[in-house]
Design a protein around this ligand. Structure first.
Ligand SMILES: Nc1ncnc2c1ncn2[C@@H]1O[C@H](COP(=O)(O)OP(=O)(O)OP(=O)(O)O)[C@@H](O)[C@H]1O
Length: 369
């Protein structure tokens, strides 16, 4: 058996070490189709990532998120279009560069660890090409970076969920891939652990410089982690932009609904304005008689004001969260209560009469489909 040399480099890496740096790669999908079970799951999908960029992929269940990662990694072929890595075509109809020649690291939702291999062996598994000594050094560096250096002889079942996530991350970054595909990397962790692990993972991704796609179901997570957020719908990108931009100017009502609950009011346009029970809302560019949806996020468009300065409403329910109250407010003329988030206030109680002022500049307006 090979004698494992103690690592002499500890001091240089600080308390936890750093992740090895990758050569970030550009990744692009040009009008890609992919078929599963006779169904077109990616349908003319186009998407381009700049080197070193982190893009979070959001979308309904079944919209094709995992399929997109599998196509990038070379696990699934394309039936039309092209996938390019650094301008080199790696997939096209009838052609697929094998996964191990693409320089892509993949991390799966269930971590896909090898139960019969030690932590160190789990990480060196993907490093067979570089020779035993270099593989051990790189694997140890990755384990140290995720805080598992002391556990290298243990087996995956001896780790907590959070530690397993860190091992899976170490395994995917150890070969220093230029591209990383992370499929719901935090979904099996509980809420508190998710927050810590998420921050740590982001720090590691920034260190490696790897160009990364992260699939998530959680809009807040996407907004925190992604340089840009891409919204996938029925196998195509419905919108891609910074999280702030998508939040402020979603491309349609479906995209808006993805990022927060909405109170939706249908209204008719007259002379560029739409009358709602909360007050008039500008509807520029819409013809007279057109029907629109005025959508209100729980934070921003409505403020509590003194009597006489806004429309009357009544609080019908209150749920407390950390530092905020989630209020449902009934307003005459609306079929459903409005959902409003307010800074916690003991004076806000169910049954209380309040007054609301609409801030039209914070309202989203969409054509009624
Ligand atoms: N092996 C398969 N055979 C046939 N259809 C499949 C297969 N795998 C996935 N699909 C279908 O392809 C579509 C896209 O699946 P995919 O896993 O990419 O979606 P997703 O957006 O990642 O969903 P989720 O968020 O639920 O993981 C779904 O309709 C799914 O049922």
């Amino acid at each position: 058996m090979t004698q494992i040399e103690p690592d002499r480099d500890d001091a240089a890496w600080g308390p936890r070490g750093t992740a090895g740096v990758s050569f970030a790669a550009g990744l692009s999908f040009d009008a890609v189709d992919a078929v599963l079970g006779g169904k077109k799951v990616l349908d003319g999908l186009s998407l381009a990532l700049k080197p070193g960029e982190i893009v979070c992929l959001l979308g309904e269940s079944g919209s094709g998120k995992s399929t997109l990662l599998r196509v990038a990694a070379g696990i699934l072929p394309v039936t039309a279009g092209q996938v390019r890595i650094n301008e080199r075509v790696v997939a096209a109809a009838g052609f697929s560069l094998p996964p191990d020649r693409r320089g892509i690291g993949m991390m799966f939702q269930d971590f896909a660890l090898f139960p019969h291999l030690s932590l160190l062996e789990n990480v060196t598994f993907g490093l067979r090409r570089i020779g035993r000594a270099a593989a051990l050094a790189q694997a140890r560096q990755a384990l140290r970076r995720v805080g598992l250096a002391e556990r290298e002889r243990d087996y995956p079942h001896m780790l907590s969920g959070g530690q397993q996530q860190r091992l899976a991350l170490a395994r995917s970054i150890a070969p220093r891939p230029g591209l990383l595909m992370l499929d719901e990397p935090f979904s099996s962790l509980d809420a508190r652990m998710r927050e810590t692990v998420r921050g740590e993972t982001l720090a590691i991704l920034r260190e490696t410089h790897a160009t990364t796609i992260i699939v998530t179901h959680d809009p807040e997570e996407a907004m925190l982690l992604g340089d840009r957020v891409a919204l996938l719908r029925r196998g195509r990108i419905a919108q891609i932009d910074t999280a702030r931009a998508i939040y402020r100017t979603p491309v349609d009502l479906g995209a808006a609904r993805f990022f927060s609950p909405l109170s939706e009011i249908v209204a008719k346009v007259s002379s560029g304005m739409a009358a709602t029970p909360l007050g008039p809302v500008p509807a520029p560019g819409r013809a007279d008689g057109a029907r629109i949806v005025v959508a209100l996020r729980p934070v921003g468009p409505l403020e509590l004001v003194a009597p006489g300065q806004g429309v009357p409403g009544r609080i019908v329910s209150i749920r407390g969260a950390v530092g905020i109250d989630l209020c449902e407010v009934r307003v005459e003329g609306l079929d459903r209560p409005l959902e409003i988030r307010q800074a916690s206030d003991a004076a806000l109680v169910p049954g209380k009469d309040i007054h609301l002022r609409l801030r039209p500049e914070h309202v989203l307006v969409f054509d009624l489909d």
